[in-house]
Each structure stands twice: as structure tokens, then as C-alpha cells.
Design a binder for this molecule. Structure first.
Ligand SMILES: *[C@@H]1O[C@H](CO)[C@@H](O)[C@H](O)[C@H]1NC(C)=O
Ligand SMILES: *[C@@H]1O[C@H](CO)[C@@H](O)[C@H](O)[C@H]1NC(C)=O
Length: 227
């Protein structure tokens, strides 16, 4: 059998070059910490935030208080996410991790959304959640847009892989509470309904009518609902 040396080398180079990206979303820190400095007037942009002078760093830079308090769920979807990422806790800068508390009114929904930069691991503290995520469009049609769902009770843990569309619905008559860890200091969130039907300015309704294969008046209704 003839060995394809070029193909072999190309594969090795590919594996080696991709390896650093396969461990975490955010790059690994190059120092113990790099507490984010709030310098919005800075003339240059960096990927992340500037480091505070380490000699000036204090315990409070690594501290956040208030996740014992429920978020206000009196809104259209009946859920509220309280985030603790680098914007609330500057010590998270460069550490590739953050947290959220999610409150759900009875039958409240954390609507379908994705975190472009993070995998999420969710722990239910109270109530019963119906959760799920949908896979992307891989070459293998058998796995295309496959839905994985589960009912979760207190103590149950579920993971939403990075970038995939996911949701949580409070299936019970009582309030529900969950906490989650996310593998980025700044996971980002794209809420599908808001992004597609509530963009500023609006995406041309003809584009959306064709994409969703419905009449334009249906799109107008959906756009109206987001404004
Ligand atoms: C979430 O709760 C906080 C604290 O009660 C409140 O200030 C905020 O407006 C709520 N967000 C939404 C989207 O309802
Ligand atoms: C929750 O939000 C609603 C709607 O914005 C507001 O009327 C209500 O006073 C808020 N509740 C609390 C406890 O802040």
C-alpha cells in the first residue's frame, strides 16, 4: 500500500493547528489574572479588556453579590436572566468563564437563543424545566437540526453545546430557578425572535417571507410583536 505522505502531513498540521481552539472558547490567560479596567475612552480596542495594574487589584475585583435575589419576571416571556460576566465582575477577564441566575414565572420561557462564544451548563434549583437544543446543519442529514429535549427537576444538570440554539420553559405552576456556568467571560446572546424580527432597521419583510415560507402579512405580525 502506498502511503500518501502529503495527506498524512496535512492532517497532522490541521490537528496541531486546531488543537488550541478545541479546549476553550476564550484564549488562556498569560498571567494569574488581568482584572478588567473600565476604560471606554481608550483610543485602541483589544480582544477583551485592558488589565488593571496588579498592585491595585483588590478582593472586590473578584467578587459579585446579589445572585440570591430573583430577577423580575413580569415581562412578555416570563423569565429573567441575571448575568455575572466580565461586565459585572472585572476579575473574570481572560479566565474564560462566567455565570447566570435564571428566574422563571409559572410557564415562563427563556426563549430560543444562542451564545456565540460559550457552552452552557445549567443546574436546576427549583421547579420543573422543559429544556432543549437543536443541532446545526452538518453534512450528515440524519443529524441535521436534531432536537434534544429533557424535563429537568431540582438537582438536574443539562448542557447546551456552544453556539447551538436552546431554550428553557417552566413547565410548572410555581416559580422556577436555575443557575448556569458558561465557558466565556463574555458569552454573548442572540435571541432568535429579537434578532430576526426585531432588528434595527428591520430586515426586508420579503426576505423574511421567503426564508420562513409564509405570506408577508405573517412577517409583519411577527415584526410588530418585537417592536
Ligand atoms: C430583570 O430583573 C431585573 C431586576 O429585578 C430588572 O431590573 C430587569 O429590568 C429585568 N429584566 C427584564 C428583561 O425583565
Ligand atoms: C417588576 O416589573 C414590573 C414591570 O416592569 C413592575 O411593574 C414591577 O413593579 C416590578 N416588580 C418589582 C418587585 O420590582
Amino acid at each position: 500500500m502506498k502511503i500518501n505522505v502529503f495527506g498524512f502531513l496535512a492532517t497532522i498540521i490541521l490537528i496541531v493547528s486546531l488543537a488550541p481552539f478545541s479546549y476553550a472558547s476564550d484564549p488562556s490567560p498569560l498571567q494569574d489574572f488581568c482584572v478588567a479596567l473600565d476604560d471606554s475612552a481608550a483610543p485602541v480596542f483589544v480582544n477583551g479588556k485592558f488589565c488593571k495594574n496588579p498592585n491595585m487589584v483588590v478582593a472586590d475585583d473578584f467578587y459579585f453579590s446579589g445572585l440570591n435575589k430573583p430577577g423580575n419576571t413580569s415581562n412578555a416571556v416570563g423569565s429573567n436572566v441575571t448575568a455575572v460576566n466580565v461586565n459585572q465582575l472585572p476579575g473574570l477577564n481572560t479566565l474564560g468563564i462566567s455565570a447566570v441566575r435564571i428566574d422563571y414565572a409559572p410557564y415562563g420561557l427563556n426563549p430560543p437563543h444562542t451564545h456565540p462564544r460559550a457552552t452552557e451548563i445549567l443546574v436546576v434549583l427549583k421547579g420543573t424545566l422543559y429544556v432543549g437544543f437543536v443541532t446545526s446543519n452538518p453534512a450528515n442529514p440524519a443529524n441535521e437540526n436534531k432536537l434534544f429535549t429533557k424535563y429537568l427537576n431540582p438537582g438536574d444538570v443539562f448542557v447546551f453545546p456552544e453556539g447551538l440554539i436552546h431554550f428553557q420553559f417552566n413547565a410548572g405552576k410555581t416559580n422556577a430557578i436555575a443557575f448556569a456556568g458558561l465557558s466565556s467571560q463574555n458569552p454573548g446572546v442572540i435571541t432568535i425572535a429579537n434578532a430576526v424580527f426585531g432588528s434595527d432597521p428591520t430586515i426586508n419583510p420579503e426576505v423574511l417571507a421567503k426564508a420562513f415560507q409564509v405570506e408577508k402579512n405573517v412577517i409583519d405580525t411577527l415584526i410588530q410583536a418585537q417592536s
